[in-house]
Design a protein around this ligand. Structure first.
Ligand SMILES: NC(=O)c1ccc[n+]([C@@H]2O[C@H](COP(=O)([O-])OP(=O)(O)OC[C@H]3O[C@@H](n4cnc5c(N)ncnc54)[C@H](O)[C@@H]3O)[C@@H](O)[C@H]2O)c1
Length: 281
């Protein structure tokens, strides 16, 4: 019986994942490396829940109960209490493999370890543990409390039972699981990132301004949000990291990250989270 969820990494995604589970009635243990990061995540959850209350989608009692189910910690030890763990730290294979080794040592042997990675091989993360059959990808979309898709990634050794339990959890969150095989970028980013990268090339080559490019894609293709607005929302560092995985994984130059994207990341223009990207926030 899964009642307590561990979430590691309290950034853009970890905070949203923690909120989604807390709102659905699970006890949540949210872990990050420093207290201020956890405080920021909690404030983000409070703000999001307040918005739901103001819109009449959540009652004040439900908001307070959800916040009461969210506990934070700067160490992994609290995760012994977790019945299922979702990793949402930076998109870096070495950092994730090191964390999966630590989680494998701490979590009870029957516990499933899920990764929210956007592109990194689930098979590789599973191989860092002694339980590769209980390692899977659970790729939430941003912002997690609003987006209903979860891409479920089956690593080479992931068992049917683990996939079933992970998908069932998605349904308990009111979300729709869709299974994808373990290839770089899975389904979502395999298709999305080349489009975002091409939009950045179009900016660099002066084909159009960011506003023009986003407007073409919104009004012309009926996308709810232009690719550059979306890139700022995802985080330009995250976009670059995903493109690197696609480029390395397929060895195909069509995935080569645009030099303008590299330059913006080097300059600390990471999009919405840094206040500056293709737009100013
Ligand atoms: N941003 C998106 O739109 C999006 C969407 C889907 C999936 N993802 C994936 O989710 C993951 C997290 O992305 P994000 O955008 O939330 O990143 P982020 O940079 O906002 O947050 C990452 C957090 O992880 C923490 N962290 C780093 N190493 C840690 C460790 N060893 N232990 C505990 N905490 C650690 C950092 O302190 C930071 O708070 C990545 O794998 C990313 O690819 C991101």
């Amino acid at each position: 019986m899964i009642t307590t969820i561990g979430v590691v990494g309290a950034g853009t995604m970890g905070g949203g994942i923690a909120q989604a589970f807390a709102q659905a009635g699970f006890a949540v243990r949210l872990v990050d490396v420093a207290e201020p990061l956890l405080d920021r995540a909690r404030r983000g959850v409070e703000k999001s829940l307040d918005t739901f209350v103001n819109k009449g989608k959540v009652s004040a009692v439900e908001r307070d109960a959800a916040l009461g189910r969210l506990a934070t910690s700067t160490t992994l030890d609290r995760l012994v209490e977790a019945d299922y763990i979702v990793e949402a730290i930076i998109e870096n294979v070495d950092a994730k493999r090191a964390l999966f080794m630590s989680l494998d040592a701490i979590a009870r042997p029957e516990i499933i370890l899920a990764s929210n990675t956007s592109s990194i091989s689930i098979t590789l993360l599973g191989a860092a543990t002694k339980r590769p059959d209980r390692v899977l990808g659970m790729h939430f979309m941003n912002p997690v409390p609003l987006m209903t898709l979860v891409e479920m990634i089956r690593g080479q050794a992931t068992s049917d039972e683990s996939m079933r339990i992970g998908s069932e959890l998605c349904r308990r969150l009111g979300k729709t699981p869709v299974e994808a095989a373990d290839f770089p970028g899975f389904i979502a980013n395999r298709i999305l990132m080349p489009m975002i990268n091409e939009a950045i090339y179009a900016v660099m080559e002066g084909v159009g301004t960011p506003e023009a490019i986003d407007t073409v894609m919104k009004l012309g293709m009926n996308h709810p949000m232009g690719p550059l607005t979306l890139a700022d929302f995802i985080g330009l560092d995250v976009c670059l990291a995903i493109l690197e995985v696609l480029h390395e994984g397929f060895g195909d130059p069509k995935y080569r990250a645009c030099p303008l994207l590299r330059r913006m990341v080097a300059a600390g223009r990471l999009g919405r989270k840094s206040g500056q990207g293709f737009y100013t926030y």
